[in-house]
Design a protein around this ligand. Structure first.
Ligand code: PFF
Length: 451
């Protein structure tokens, strides 16, 4: 993350992340966030569980991972953030519009992401005050419904989150946040594992684990395919250039394929553990796994109430989830801030304030109307990110070519033996798979029932 604020320095000195772990940790900081712990369980719950999980794993490997490798390589080969990377590789065409669509998408995501992050911060506050202690499952659900139906509360906490994100980006102190998050994220992982253990022990009939691990393919709908693809892109921060910008900071000595694979594995593990934490708890306390975006908030307080030191666990969990949300949120805001810095020729602080003010307008809308939040969530993950990823992956064979791609991926970081496999997927499979899944989503909107 430090790299974002050091872009000029980087271009001049070719300085990158000193260590492999630095590059991976920064990209993982963007990838791991509410998408894994809030979004993955609720989308999996709405789409029937295990069969959806399998499709999600397949799409991550076959579609998202090649896109991640491509974004890293395009960023590193140009040494530029998204808005300029595509223009410098293809100065004549309209490919620079990929950067522009990333900016639109960053607005949409930032607006609703901080509303959900605001709920998390509010739950941290509720945990500290003890307001979540000893509630019955019905009261836990009621607490979430009360939160949603109180726009003033949602707006205030959303503003605090926007303020925190803006402060970090405006001051260019992402580096500091990264340093702390390298210590804090493993602690979050430990807490999640402890909660998983308790949650699994409460689900005496093992319904949660069956829901997550024993697939029923009859539940797979075309909508589930779209949602699995959207979740894979959202979770790995793909399709809007965030990872292209990160690529610019990865040292030439590193093997990009290995970096990308490590980020994808970390990201998947966190999402999977979140599923293992949520579903047994949902079944143990009678919460419908398909109950939507409130799932995490309607289930976890029940487990905390049944754990030793439950209140401390709750405070720790929600606080660290806020930190995870901030490290993702700053990577979204950076896309906007760096765009306005170059487009309007203004400084970092002004560009950040401008971006935040625009997003706050939509953020208030999402706080007042939960349907608008759903719409933005859907629009970004299921339409804008896949569309962005489609053009990014088309760019590889059309404008970069196998030789340059291979040189970039291997650089001094050792051989990438599976390169032919990557390139085959990038050229022949990924764009058409995205297009097919995308069209299957659009057709019903146009009143055509293809399935
Ligand atoms: N990947 C982040 C998460 O899972 O919470 C969300 C995100 C960050 C999406 C950055 C897109 C992005 F560019």
């Amino acid at each position: 993350m430090r790299a974002f604020s050091n872009i000029k320095k980087l271009e001049m000195s070719h300085e990158g992340f000193g260590s492999k772990i630095g590059a991976i940790a920064a990209a993982a900081g963007s990838a791991v966030g509410l998408g894994n712990i809030w979004r993955f369980p609720y989308v999996t719950g709405e789409n029937g569980g295990a069969a959806f999980l399998l499709v999600y794993i397949a799409f991550t490997l076959i579609i998202a991972l090649p896109v991640l490798m491509s974004e890293f390589a395009i960023g590193r080969t140009t040494g530029k953030p998204v808005t300029d990377a595509f223009r410098s590789l293809a100065p004549k065409g309209k490919w620079y519009l990929i950067g522009f669509s990333g900016v639109v998408c960053a607005f949409v995501i930032l607006s609703f992401y901080n509303v959900v992050a605001g709920w998390t911060l509010y739950y941290t506050y509720l945990s500290i005050t003890g307001a979540l202690n000893n509630l019955s499952p019905a009261e836990v659900t009621q607490t979430f419904n009360n939160t949603l139906s109180d726009p003033a509360t949602c707006i205030i906490w959303m503003l605090v989150m926007m303020g925190m994100t803006g402060y970090v980006v405006a001051r260019g102190v992402s580096e500091g946040i990264e340093k702390y998050s390298k210590i804090l994220m493993p602690i979050l992982l430990v807490l999640i594992i402890l909660i998983c253990v308790r949650s699994l022990s409460l689900d005496t009939e093992n319904k949660g684990i069956k829901f997550l691990l024993s697939p029923d393919f009859s539940k797979l709908t075309p909508r589930a395919l779209v949602e699995a693809l959207g979740q894979a892109f959202f979770s790995l921060s793909l399709g809007m250039g965030t990872m292209t910008t990160y690529g610019a900071y990865i040292s030439k000595k590193q093997n990009l394929a290995k970096c990308a694979t490590s980020v994808a594995i970390i990201d998947f593990m966190v999402a999977f553990l979140a599923g293992l934490m949520i579903f047994p708890c949902a079944f143990a306390f009678g919460v419908n796994p398909g109950s939507g975006p409130g799932l995490v908030f309607e289930t976890l307080p029940n487990v905390f109430n049944q754990m030793p030191m439950g209140q401390v666990m709750a405070i720790g969990f929600f606080t660290l989830l806020v930190v995870a949300a901030v490290t993702s949120s700053i990577s979204i805001l950076e896309v906007l801030a760096s765009y306005f810095m170059t487009k309007l020729n203004i400084g970092r602080k002004r560009a950040t304030v401008f971006s935040i003010l625009l997003s706050i307008g939509f953020g208030i809308g999402c706080s007042v109307f939960p349907t608008m939040l759903d719409f933005f969530d859907n629009l970004s993950a299921n339409i804008l990110l896949p569309l962005g990823a489609f053009f990014i992956i088309l760019f590889v064979p059309l404008k970069v070519g196998p030789e340059r791609m291979r040189n970039e991926m291997e650089a001094h970081g050792g051989k990438f033996t599976l390169f032919p496999c990557y390139y085959f997927l990038a050229k022949y499979i990924v764009p058409w798979a995205i297009l097919f899944i995308f069209i299957s989503k659009i057709l019903p909107w146009l009143g055509i029932n293809a399935f």
